[in-house]
Ligand binder design. Structure first.
Ligand code: F0G
Length: 444
C-alpha cells in the first residue's frame, strides 16, 4: 500500500500569529529589532538577543487541551513535537511552510535502577529518539524554517557533531546548502557520517569547537551565511518546547528538578525561557529547579557560579564527552538568567562519573551518548553533597542517542568486562560449549 501523500497545507501554519520581535537581553539596553534582522547580537551593546512575543491575545485556558487534541491529527505541523505547541512560537507568519521531520515526540521513561543509583525518583526524557538522534532537531526545525522565511540559501554552523548532523538534515529538506565547521579529528565518526550523508560540506579545522566557532563568526556576515548555532535565538525557540512535552507527559505535574548537560549552554537557556513563558501564560504555576551539569574539564560556567564571579573565564576544554567539549559557552548570560529564574544549580562531573552514570542507565536498558549521561552523574553528585534532597522527583534530559558515539562505548569497557562479554571462539563445537558454559556460570 502506498502512503497517501500529505496535502501541501499539512506543512502550513494557518493560524494567524501574534506580534513577535527580537530584543536584546541586557537590562538597560533591551533594544528591539524586527524578526528579519540579520543580527544575532545587539548592534548597540553586543549582547545576545531573544525572540519575544506579545502573548496578550492568547487565551491560555484551552492551550493544554488544544495541544492534546492535535495529537490525533495527521498534519505534520501537529505531528511535530515542536509545532504542536506553535502558540509558543508565533514568529512564523500564517501560511508559512515549516521545515519539519516530525521531531520531538520523544519518550519520558522511568528508570528505577538508575534512580536508586542516583538517590532520586528519576525519569529520563530521551532526545536521542529524534530524527537525527539528538535534541538539536527541535531547534533546527525552528531556525531552518526562519532561514527559509528569510530566503537564505546557505546555512552554516560550528559543531561538536550533533548540530552539524541536524543542520545538514534540515537544510537538505529545505533545499539549502549546508557548511559545517568541526574541530579536526575531534567529533565522532557517526556524527561526521551523518553530515556527509545529508550532503553538507564539512570543514575540519583547529582543535576545539570554540576555535571553529570563532573563525566561522568572522565570516558569516561577510559571506551572507545563515548561522544556526545556538547564538541564533530561533534555535532556542524550537528547543524550548521540550518543557511542554515533559510536563504534558506528567499531566502538568512540575518535577522538583529538571537536569541537563551543558556545553554552549543553549539548551538550558531555551528550557528556562520555555518554563518562564508557560508560567506567564498560566499553563503552570510553579517552576522546577533547573540543574545544568558540565564535564569537569570543560566547566567554565560551573566555575563562574561556584566562585561567585560575574563573568565567564574561558578554558581549554578537555573531556571524552566530545559533544560538550566547549570552553567558551556563548549563551552563558542566558543560562545564568535561567538558573536565577528557577533557583537552579550547576554541577561539574569527571569523565569517570559520566561513564559510571552511563553504565547505570545501561542497566535500565537505556543507552545515550556520553555527554547526555553527565546529567545523571550530576544528580548523583548533588544528592551525595546534600544539595538535592534524597528521593526528589527528577527529570533528566538525555540529549543524544547511544549510537552517536559507538567507539567510546567499546573503548571504555574494562579488559575484565571485555573478557567476559566479547568472546572470540573458534568454530569448534567443544570450544563453543565450553564458552557457553562459562557464560551460564556468569548468570548463575
Ligand atoms: N548534549 C549533546 C549530546 C550535545 O550535542 C550538546 C551540544 C550538549 C549536550 C550541550 O548543549 O550546547 O546547548 O549546552 N552540542 C553542540 C553541537 C555544541 O555542536 O552539537 P548546549
Amino acid at each position: 500500500m502506498h502512503a497517501k501523500k500529505a496535502p501541501r497545507e499539512d506543512h502550513e501554519l494557518r493560524e494567524s500569529m501574534t506580534s513577535a520581535f527580537l530584543q536584546c537581553i541586557e537590562q538597560g539596553c533591551e533594544r528591539r529589532y524586527p524578526l528579519d534582522a540579520r543580527e544575532h547580537l545587539c548592534s548597540a551593546c553586543g549582547a545576545l538577543l531573544d525572540v519575544r512575543y506579545d502573548f496578550s491575545g492568547i487565551d491560555p485556558k484551552p492551550l493544554s487541551t488544544l495541544w492534546q487534541q492535535r495529537k490525533m491529527s495527521g498534519a505534520i505541523t501537529d505531528q511535530s513535537g515542536v509545532w504542536r505547541f506553535r502558540e509558543l512560537l508565533p514568529f512564523v507568519p500564517a501560511g508559512t511552510d515549516v521545515i519539519s521531520l516530525s521531531e520531538g515526540r520523544t519518550p519520558l521513561i522511568e528508570v528505577n535502577r538508575t534512580g536508586e543509583w542516583a538517590g532520586v525518583q528519576l525519569s529520563i526524557k530521551h532526545q536521542g529518539n529524534n530524527p537525527t538522534g539528538s535534541f538539536k532537531d527541535l531547534g533546527m526545525t525552528a531556525c531552518i524554517t526562519q532561514a527559509a522565511i528569510l530566503g537564505s540559501r546557505v546555512t552554516a554552523c560550528a559543531s561538536t557533531g550533533n548540530t552539524s548532523a541536524s543542520m545538514a538534515a534540515y537544510a537538505a529538506r529545505a533545499g539549502m546548502k549546508a557548511v559545517v565547521f568541526v574541530p579536526f579529528g575531534k567529533i565522532s565518526t557517526a556524527k561526521l557520517a551523518q553530515a556527509l550523508e545529508f550532503g553538507a560540506v564539512v570543514i575540519e579545522m583547529g582543535d576545539n569547537f570554540d576555535q571553529a566557532f570563532h573563525m566561522l563568526r568572522e565570516l558569516t556576515d561577510e559571506l551572507g551565511l545563515y548561522l544556526v548555532n545556538s547564538l541564533n535565538p530561533f534555535r532556542l525557540e524550537g528547543q524550548k518546547t521540550i518543557v511542554c512535552e515533559i510536563l504534558e507527559q506528567r499531566d502538568w505535574r512540575v518535577p522538583d528538578y529538571l537536569v541537563l548537560p551543558g556545553g554552549n549552554l543553549g539548551n538550558v537557556s531555551s528550557v528556562g525561557k520555555g518554563l518562564q513563558e508557560l508560567r506567564q501564560l498560566g499553563v503552570i504555576d510553579k517552576l522546577p529547579r533547573l540543574v545544568v551539569v558540565q564535564a569537569e574539564g570543560a566547566s567554565p560556567f560551573f566555575t563562574m557560579i561556584s566562585s561567585g564571579a560575574d563573568e565567564i573565564v574561558p578554558v581549554q576544554p578537555r573531556t571524552e564527552a566530545s559533544a560538550i567539549r566547549i570552553g567558551n559557552p556563548v549563551n552563558w548570560k542566558k543560562a545564568l538568567r535561567a538558573i536565577r529564574l528557577t533557583d537552579g544549580l550547576c554541577e561539574s562531573v569527571s569523565d569517570e562519573q559520566i561513564f559510571e552514570a552511563k553504565a547505570a542507565l545501561a542497566k535500565d536498558g537505556v543507552g545515550c551518548e556520553p555527554a547526555s549521561a553527565a546529567s545523571v552523574a550530576g544528580i548523583q553528585k548533588l544528592v551525595r553533597s546534600g544539595k538535592v534532597e534524597d528521593g526528589a522527583d527528577v527529570v533528566a534530559v538525555l540529549t543524544g542517542h547511544q549510537l552517536k558515539d559507538p567507539e567510546i562505548a567499546i573503548k571504555r569497557r574494562s579488559e575484565r568486562e571485555l573478557a567476559q562479554q566479547r568472546l572470540h571462539v573458534e568454530p569448534d563445537i567443544d570450544k563453543l560449549r565450553a564458552a557457553l558454559e562459562s557464560v551460564m556460570l556468569q548468570s548463575a
